[in-house]
Write a protein that binds this ligand. Structure first.
Ligand code: NAD
Ligand code: ZN
Length: 352
């Protein structure tokens, strides 16, 4: 088969690799129909995620059809259309039993890390993928939901919802700032709306993304190259700052912006994958009663989000800005990595 293979920072190629096979009785093989590219894939290519080594097939999002199952898989069948969760879970370990699938202790990739596709084992930017723990890591696509929309459930919707909105503890009436209006920030904006905030302020360097954010429920947008960006956000609060600042970029500047915007007793929810340490001004934060959270998506709200998607209660098609055949994945990466010029949000790859 063909797959997108990582060859160290800055290097990738669409090349021939062996077809995946069932290695364990709990595995399934999925023929990819639709996959996409995540901001995290860009971080990997920049060398920010050193656990990804030369030869790894990238990608942790996708929808496809099961072509083979191991002997222990009884709830899924060949022919089922399934969403591949970016987090794999055995369903049996102590973390899985608590719903913290992101830290599944099973011996796949590395025990204790649930995000393994395109990281510690081969991923979904390929014609076929081997899915460990198929029964607890795959979700059937509900009727009436397209593969393209279902692909948003693999990662961005649960990530924005769980690590942004739930960890940030968004409550009715809150003013929420989302720094970074890429697909993950937009997913946080879309799912924050489920909790009744009074304002959602989208902040990004990219004016197009700030503008797009209103389609996802942002009430206000600030382009952060504006020297008055901070005053403009504070003017949307009672001057004291936002109740919840969600960081969805992953660089020191935006982390600092989140700390600058949050009001006393507010929450900073960091979603971005950081490649470098950041300043953590505890000397100021303690007396301001700031709660800081961060994490790897747990995917424990995936079934709920699938239900909302099936009922058309979540913004979904609006995420998709470009479509390419899977074989043109290098062009798709180019488009996604130049989002400010190309106006890319989620770039969808469809197998032919
Ligand atoms: P993306 O690269 O498409 O979006 C990032 C956005 O940040 C862009 O719109 C960019 O213009 C903006 N930005 C960059 N510098 C900025 C600055 N100084 N000020 C304001 N905006 C700035 O990425 P994405 O797919 O939306 O992912 C966002 C982040 O979430 C990434 O760091 C990704 O790795 C991370 N992520 C985390 C998890 C998790 O489990 N915690 C899961 C998936 C993705
Ligand atoms: Zn991702």
């Amino acid at each position: 088969m063909k797959a997108l293979v990582f060859h160290g920072p800055g290097s990738k190629s669409w090349e021939d690799v062996p077809d995946p096979v069932v290695l364990k009785p709990t595995d399934a093989i999925v023929r990819i129909e639709t996959t996409t590219i995540c901001g995290t894939d860009l971080h990997i290519l920049e060398g920010d995620v050193p656990a990804v080594t030369d030869g790894r097939i990238l990608g942790h999002e996708g929808v496809g059809v099961i072509t083979e199952i191991g002997d222990a898989v009884t709830d899924l069948a060949v022919g089922d259309r399934v969403i591949i969760s970016c987090v794999s879970s055995c369903g049996k370990c102590s973390y899985c039993k608590k719903g913290v699938y992101s830290h599944c202790l099973a011996d796949e990739g590395a025990p204790g890390i649930g995000w393994i596709f395109g990281h510690l084992i081969d991923g979904t930017q390929a014609e076929y993928v081997r899915v460990p723990f198929a029964e607890t890591s795959l979700y059937r696509v509900p009727d009436g939901v397209t593969s393209e929309e279902a692909t948003l459930i693999s990662d961005i919707l649960p990530t924005g919802h769980e690590i942004g909105v739930q960890y940030g503890a968004v409550r009715p009436g809150d003013v929420v700032a989302v720094i970074g209006a890429g697909p993950v920030g937009l997913a946080a904006i879309a799912t924050a709306g489920l909790y009744g905030p009074s304002r959602i302020v989208a902040i990004d360097l990219d004016a197009n993304r700030v503008e797009q954010a209103t389609r996802f429920g942002a009430t206000d947008g600030i382009v952060s190259s504006d020297p008055d960006w901070k005053e403009r956000v504070l003017a949307l609060t009672d001057g004291l700052g936002v109740d919840v600042a969600i960081e969805a970029v992953g660089v020191p500047t935006t982390w600092n912006m989140a700390l600058e915007l949050v009001r006393p007793a507010g929450h900073v929810a960091n979603v971005g994958v950081h490649g470098k340490p950041v300043e953590f001004p505890l000397d100021r934060m303690w007396i301001d009663n700031i709660t800081v959270t961060t994490g790897l998506v747990n995917t424990d709200t995936t079934p709920m989000l699938i239900k909302l998607l099936a009922q058309h209660k979540l913004v979904s098609k609006e995420f998709i800005s470009h479509r390419y055949p899977l074989t043109d994945i290098l062009d798709a990466y180019d488009t996604f990595s130049r989002a400010a010029e190309t106006k890319a949000l989620k770039v969808i790859l469809n197998a032919e």
